[in-house]
Design a protein around this ligand. Structure first.
Ligand code: PLP
Length: 717
């Protein structure tokens, strides 16, 4: 049988599922099979099937279905096996997944022997697979799911971090502490790829002058295989086993080793599995060595470096996500030549040539090289992640291309999008199923699909919004109580969390990575005025969450300052800072808040995606006109703060903090509490419908993937 991208490791996953099934009552066998393909997590009711076995254990296992089936008590398993309704539902889910899996994956120009290969340092597929940190990873996960939905031949390659990304605890002084939790790969819903069903296959990757052994894990994301590389194998020395320990480790040497593994190892892994991609998509600069490894293959076959590089470039496309040069790390030449040792020889060239490819100004030997410049030079198509960010990227990277004007810089844009079945909450999805007609999810990119949303009865939409806010409030009460207890807070403050947060109160959310440019501090810049908004008769409540990078003390101080105000009147029951933001928490927040706030300093928000997720659920954005919101805001679907750049940051902060409070006082709060005789906020519902339409039509992962196919993958070299 010809090797297609779908084959390697597929049998290994089946064996792992069979082994798990053998330990379960036979009626539960389909659960074991479903557990090894994340397709369940974007099927309505999928998660509920696992929760039905043992709701408590499901949460305790971090919603990892394999662990649930391994750890659930025998009594719970036997009871589930005897539940005819449950077993019927799981059989029918398995059937649906099998029907979809059996359909050919084919999109013009790509077939199963020549898929798109996507390389990324992180993937946010589900909270139970801890190989993501934030936006970049969740976007990659959403893209992979969209590829599965659309039947695009697609393989994804990343790293399997033994300890994932850091977890966050905030202490009694308001300071963030980090800790790491082993992700225990053998209990994740994946399997090492073998050639013979027994021995995991291994590839070798030259890193720091050693041939590091690498094992490849396969995870199934619907119809897309996700291959994760792992150096934690006994053949390796401890420093090499550490390469895949943590995502975005602090130490530069290990970080470069991760880039070597992802780029060189990614190409080698696909080659070893017999997969021949039509195109390689580098998502952010981390995998930028991939095209060099492709070139090295050609050089080994006798090509000259220049020709080999050109032909690799013709198969590579690159997406940049960072809006500032400083966000694109650079390294000392010696750091690169040490970790990437031997690359010069394998490419039949010298380090001077290679390092100049990785410099913004190729001829400036004083400039430290970086992965982004290399990726830009080594790809045939390049893009930023929103219309505005495309322009910013052309401005920043102009010297790479020696272009006379920004307009001549060959960088376009594909605006990010989010995976609707993942992020649209069930009550909303059920409403739209009834309103938009059969199969609407496959037609989200057609404007007509959304026409009928205008006729959605306000009262029904309001009921769904209230249900989601209610679920969020339950979640927050429980989480905030535990957070406060674990910090050792005073009993009265803990109790405020328990009874606080009203399911009928206007709820404002701000949750994201806490880089300084996100300007969380604008929220408490005019503290006295902000606290007044918490008062009756029309009070608001505020939910905050987010992790600061472990080495970003500035961002940690912002959190600490916020904590300083936590014992002010009414704050204990109206404001909560939730520990340890992740995808599971994000799902509650983006669906249950009423207003989603984003305050980046323009133009530093390349895109932002949490606001799209919120809008899809009828949540109204109140944001700076930067990133996606500069494209999405139309006057009817939320509120805007100026996106103008201003070199005087202090003045800009004062102005924007003032606008934020003005909008809340004069527009947002009055509109939310303006109710008709039935208690429905009519004006708010108009805006909510506009928001759903905007996000569904323009900011879905389907639209994003279609753009990638049209603007990047399909472009002929
Ligand atoms: C969507 C998402 C993000 C990205 O949100 P931004 O708006 O880009 O900050 C980060 N983390 C998680 C867990 C998400 O789900």
């Amino acid at each position: 049988m010809a090797m297609t991208y779908a084959s390697p490791g597929a049998e290994d996953l089946r064996l792992a599922a069979d082994q798990l099934a053998a330990r379960l009552p036979s009626a539960l066998a389909p659960f074991a099979r479903i557990a090894f393909n994340y397709r369940w997590c974007w099927t309505a009711g999928g998660a509920g099937l696992f929760a039905a076995i043992d709701a408590h254990r499901w949460e305790a296992c971090g919603r990892n279905p394999v662990r649930l089936l391994q750890e659930a008590p025998t009594g719970a398993l036997e009871q589930a096996a005897g539940d005819r309704q449950l077993t019927r539902r799981v059989y029918s889910l398995e059937e649906c997944i099998a029907v979809e899996a059996s359909q050919p994956t084919q999109v013009d120009g790509f077939d199963s022997t020549h898929p798109v290969a996507f390389l990324c340092a992180e993937y946010g597929v589900h909270a139970s697979l801890p190989v993501y940190a934030g936006g970049l990873g969740v976007l990659a996960g959403d893209l992979v799911k969209a590829a599965s939905d659309m039947g695009l031949p697609f393989v994804a390659v990343g790293l399997l971090y033994g300890q994932g990304y850091f977890r966050q605890r905030i202490d009694i002084s308001g300071w963030q502490n980090e800790y790491w939790v082993p992700s225990d790969p053998p209990r994740l819903p994946g399997a090492p790829v073998t050639l013979d069903g027994v021995e995991p296959m291994k590839i070798r990757v030259p890193i720091r002058g050693r041939e590091v052994a690498v094992q490849i894990w396969r995870f199934a994301i619907g119809r897309v295989p996700l291959f994760l590389l792992d150096t934690d194998v006994s053949d390796n020395e401890p420093v090499d086993r550490w390469i895949t320990s943590r995502l975005y480790v602090g130490d530069r040497d290990t970080r470069l080793a991760q880039y070597a593994l992802l780029g060189i190892g990614g190409v080698r892994a696909l080659r070893a599995m017999g997969i021949e991609p039509a195109v390689y998509h580098l998502n952010e600069g981390h995998p930028a060595l991939a095209p060099l490894e492709l070139a090295a293959e050609a050089v080994a076959a006798g090509a000259a470096f220049e020709d080999a590089f050109e032909s690799a470039r013709a198969r590579t496309v690159f997406t940049t996500h960072t809006p500032v040069p400083a966000g694109n790390e650079s390294y000392a030449p010696e750091e690169m030549t040490r970790v990437f040792a031997g690359l010069d020889e394998r490419l039949g060239t010298d380090w001077d040539t290679l390092l100049s490819l990785a410099r913004v100004h190729a001829a400036n030997r004083e400039e430290p090289p970086g992965m982004t410049a290399l990726a830009l030079r080594a790809s045939r198509a390049r893009n930023g992640v929103s219309l505005r960010h495309g322009g910013v990227a052309r401005r920043i990277w102009r010297p790479v291309f020696g272009a006379g004007t920004d307009d001549e810089v060959p960088i376009g844009h594909v605006t990010n999008g989010v995976h609707l079945p993942t992020w649209m909450a069930d009550p909303l999805r059920a409403l739209l199923d009834a309103q938009l007609g059969e199969g609407w999810q496959a037609r989200t990119t057609e404007p007509e699909t959304w026409d009928r949303i205008a006729d959605l009865p306000d009262a029904e939409l309001w009921r769904a919004r209230c249900e989601l806010r209610g679920k969020l409030v339950d979640y927050v009460r429980e989480r905030a109580t535990l957070d406060r207890l674990s910090r050792g807070e005073a009993a009265d403050y803990v109790e405020q969390a328990q009874r606080a947060f009203d399911p009928d109160r206007l709820t404002i959310g701000f949750a994201r990575r806490l880089a300084t440019y996100k300007r969380l501090y604008l929220m408490n810049r005019d503290l006295g005025r902000a606290l007044k908004l918490l008062r009756e008769p029309n009070p608001i409540q505020i939910l905050l969450a987010g992790k600061a990078h472990p080495s970003d003390d500035g961002a940690k101080r912002v959190v600490q300052e916020l904590f300083g105000a936590r014992r002010a009147p009414r704050v204990g029951e109206r404001i909560a800072y939730l520990h340890d933001y992740d995808m599971g928490m994000a799902a509650f927040l983006i669906a249950g808040c009423d207003v989603w706030v984003n305050l980046p300093r323009p133009p530093l928000e390349a895109s932002g995606t949490s606001g799209m997720k919120a809008a899809m659920n009828g949540v109204l954005n109140l944001s700076v006109l930067d990133g996606w919101w500069a494209e999405g805001y139309d006057g009817s679907n939320g509120w805007a703060i100026s996106g103008d750049e201003d070199p005087d940051h202090e003045a800009q902060d004062a102005r924007d903090a003032g606008t934020l409070l003005d909008l809340l006082e004069k527009e947002v709060i009055p509109l939310f509490y303006d109710r008709d005789a039935d208690g429905v906020p009519r004006g708010w519902m108009q805006r909510a419908k506009a928001a759903i339409r905007t996000a569904g039509l323009q900011f879905s992962a389907r639209r994003m993937l279609r753009d990638y196919v049209d603007r990047a993958y399909r472009v002929e070299p």
